[in-house]
Design a protein around this ligand. Structure first.
Ligand code: NAP
Ligand code: MG
Length: 496
């Protein structure tokens, strides 16, 4: 009997070829991706080389090997991208019905699902995060975001309470390296659903998945100029957000850069959304299901090497269970495999860049100087090359210590204790950040009382780092303002 045809014939036109596979990582050769030697930008529907001479390398953090050279956009490239986005907004995208815009978003979502393996592998190679996470979390969630906002495109009058929904115009979107595809989806999906057009700048260390996404946009025949992608470092980001042709700025990144952008755009009449840093507290009461809470701590801080803005980087333990809990947590951490991000058994992959590796190591030094006990676990030695940090637990720390106050953005957990719920709440709130926290207790009343008293944008109850496109996400205080996700994610892209 003949074999039945596969549901989706393999796409040879867009299949990437991989050069120098073995040099990059022993396991890359098994995967169907190719990385081009050079990348430019995506402007007005075309992949273009860029008008200047400046370029930079993107590397595979698991080996330190260069993957590709990427053009750095200057003023002329950014001008072209903004002009294309303006024209597309005024002449095409804002004139389409919501139903028609939604159809494009559905197509993007479906194609992302179909090419998800390719995107997952490329993301893992460029970013260093474990393939299990790109495959099971980043890509499914990115597609889910496009599906979710596709559904909103023809229902916007519910978001505007009956007023005619009006787009803002051109959105400048600048994203970080920790979830390149997911952040791209969080930015582009609501902007397009609401009739805006986009100029997006990916992070310098992780441009490749965005460039593959540009190919996908050509494939689904998104009208030219609706999405433009310019590569480059912070200087390019500055050109994008400060461009006079931009109506809205959506930024995800560090609090420091967020502040600089707010100063840059002050008085320019641009709307802004800022998703910034965090120092999340994971509060474990003595009556919690402790083994589940241990898993929640592992998810909270070792998922994505701790490169997570809402990471549960501070553990607040009720004093009576602290010793037992830390012993259980260490036993669990000893089972985590640190290593090749392309190996599907890997739990903790590579640190995204050498710079970030140095930052984490510097924080560990500071922790030692401040008197912390630094414990590092893991089921195996990390590879000799590339950028790796073993999962790390800091005990003997004080609320005033640098490692408790500042965002380390790595697999480093600082453990503190408390005696009463009020003390737990006070310690959790004693931070300049206010992005996310977790509360673990079998008593619902205690969970709700604690959650209401926490000064942050997101609280997870008996779980951590759980995401859904229908849930709004965002911070308060120095963690930023504005929301992404859910109906609230539409408002920052619509005229009030
Ligand atoms: P970052 O240094 O602030 O960079 C973020 C983005 O801004 C990058 O694309 C960066 O380009 C660009 N950039 C740098 N300087 C700029 C400037 N002056 N004007 C415009 N753009 C500029 O942050 P990161 O180190 O990439 O990411 C980590 C930070 O992001 C952490 O603090 C984390 O908490 C935060 N984060 C927050 C959320 C959230 O939703 N709240 C989510 C993820 C991450 P280059 O990469 O080329 O420098
Ligand atoms: Mg890279």
């Amino acid at each position: 009997m003949d074999n039945p045809a596969p549901p989706h014939p393999p796409d040879t036109r867009h299949r990437l070829r991989l050069a120098g596979a073995l040099e990059l990582s022993p396991s890359i050769e098994k995967h169907p991706v190719t990385i081009h030697e050079r990348y430019g930008h995506f402007i007005n529907g075309e992949l273009v080389p860029g008008q200047g001479d400046e370029s930079f390398a993107t590397v595979n953090p698991a080996t330190g090997a260069t993957l590709a050279q990427v053009a750095a956009a200057g003023q002329a490239d950014v001008d072209a991208a903004v002009a294309a986005a303006r024209k597309a907004h005024d002449e095409v995208w804002s004139k389409l019905s919501g139903l028609e815009r939604g159809k494009y978003l559905f197509r993007i979502a479906r194609r992302l699902q179909e090419r998800s393996r390719e995107f997952s592998v490329l993301e893992t190679i460029d970013n260093g995060k474990p393939i299990r996470e790109t495959r099971d979390v980043d890509l499914p969630l990115a597609a889910a975001h496009f599906f979710y906002y596709a559904g909103w495109a023809d229902k916007l009058s519910y978001a505007t309470r009956g007023a005619p929904p009006r787009s803002l115009g051109v959105a400048a979107q600048v994203i970080p390296w920790n979830f390149p595809m997911l952040m791209l989806a969080w930015k582009i999906a609501p902007a397009l659903a609401t009739g805006n057009t986009v100029v997006l700048k990916p992070a310098e260390t992780t441009p490749l998945s965005a460039m593959l996404f540009a190919e996908l946009l050509q494939e689904v025949e998104l009208p030219p100029g609706v999405v433009n992608i310019v590569n480059g470092a912070g200087a390019t980001g500055n050109l994008v957000v400060s461009h006079p042709g931009v109506n809205k700025v959506a930024f995800t990144g560090s609090t420091e850069v967020g502040r600089a952008i707010m100063r840059t755009i002050a008085g320019a009449g641009k709307r802004a959304t800022m998703e910034l840093g965090g120092k999340g507290a994971n509060i474990i009461y003595a009556d919690a299901a402790l083994d589940q809470a241990v898993e929640g701590c592992v998810d909270g801080i070792f998922f994505n090497q701790g490169h997570v803005c809402c990471a549960g980087s501070r553990l607040l333990l009720e004093e009576s269970i602290a010793e037992d809990f830390i012993a259980r947590l260490k036993r669990r951490v000893e089972t985590l495999r640190v290593g090749d991000p392309l190996d599907k058994n890997t739990d903790v992959g590579a640190i995204n860049s050498q710079g970030q590796l140095r930052t984490i190591e510097r924080y560990l030094e500071i922790g030692r100087e401040e008197g912390a006990t630094v414990w590092q676990g893991g089921a195996c030695e990390p590879p000799g090359s590339g950028y790796f940090v073993r999962p790390t637990i800091l005990t003997g720390v004080q609320q005033s210590d640098t490692v408790v106050r500042e965002e380390i953005f790595g697999p480093v957990l600082a453990c503190l204790t408390f005696r009463t719920p009020d003390e737990a709440i006070a310690k959790a709130n004693d931070s300049e950040y206010g992005l996310a926290c977790g509360v673990w207790s079998e008593k619902t009343s205690k969970v709700f009382r604690t959650a209401h008293a926490l000064n942050c944008g997101v609280v997870w109850a008996n779980g951590y780092n759980l995401f859904d496109p229908s849930s709004p996400f965002g911070g308060v205080r120095h963690s930023g303002f504005g929301r992404e996700g859910g109906i609230a994610g539409l408002w920052p892209y619509l005229e009030a």
